[in-house]
Design a protein around this ligand. Sequence first.
Ligand code: ATP
Ligand code: HSE
Length: 306
Amino acid sequence: MLGSERAIIKVPASSANIGPGFDSIGMALSRYLTLKIELADEWVFIPQSEEVESIPTGKDNLMYEVALEVATSYKVNLPAAKVYVSSDIPLARGLGSSASAIVAGIELASLLCQLNLSIDEKLRIASVMEGHPDNVSPSLYGGIVVGYHHKDDTYITQVPYADVDVVMVIPKYELKTTDARDVLPKQLSYQEAVEAGAVGNMLVAALMKGNWPLVGTLMEKDLYHEPYRMSLVAELPIVREEAKKIGAYGVALSGAGPSILCLARKGDGERIVNSLRKIVPHCEVDVLTIDHRGVQVHKEAITTCN
Ligand SMILES: Nc1ncnc2c1ncn2[C@@H]1O[C@H](COP(=O)(O)OP(=O)(O)OP(=O)(O)O)[C@@H](O)[C@H]1O
Ligand SMILES: N[C@@H](CCO)C(=O)O
């Protein structure tokens, strides 16, 4: 295995929650964490792009920690590797960079230890590690995924189609998920919990039917997290007002923020991007597509030049 070959692991980014699908719904997006892996005498991660220039280069890297934990749980040794890392997923912006790294770490262990893990086994391991399946499941399976995870089981269902444009507003500042979770309440009242659950149920029904105007309405009615995180992302109300004015279906925080997800009719994305760039010139604004493939692994021959 490997030796004269190099393996390539490509993991898509993801946007979790889509409003009321807190900790359970996410979509895979067309930004990627890419690893090129060769067997080596010791572990090293070599950053190849700006987004990952600050990641640890040794055994304190999250991807190594994940790979080691997987190898240990299967009672096998983890061979050392040299890993070239490139990515256009910004860290700590609500685009699932940590979930992509967890999926990459599981794939590393599966490949280097020849574990041959099934995708469902990878989902279970990744969800246990991340604590919720909303980012890891789309990064593994692609598309829009609805999931439920608890200590005994993890379940997912893929949304069958998604013909929408995705506009992402990405502020320059980071917001760590742990900090964005610290502002959440410890409890909701029974009445609030029932209402929040009903909104989430309706969102799933609308997603499954491909009723995007209704998805847009419901993604703005979250009661689990966005009301508490609003104060952390000043751009959210401004982007929402402008995007809705020019025809977006709906706007919500992407994951724990600070990025902002806008869903729009197919073909409307560029127009919305042009308009939002004027309103929030300090942010990156881009049309992304939904990745339908999920994580990809392949091998290529290593050729040496003399
Ligand atoms: N490729 C990577 N290699 C090593 N560590 C990484 C990598 N990608 C992300 N991380 C770690 O994950 C942290 C970001 O995780 P965090 O959960 O705060 O944000 P996120 O996953 O980008 O956003 P969200 O969970 O809201 O979608 C980084 O600061 C870094 O420590
Ligand atoms: N569902 C998670 C996604 C980020 O990990 C949150 O919103 O905190």
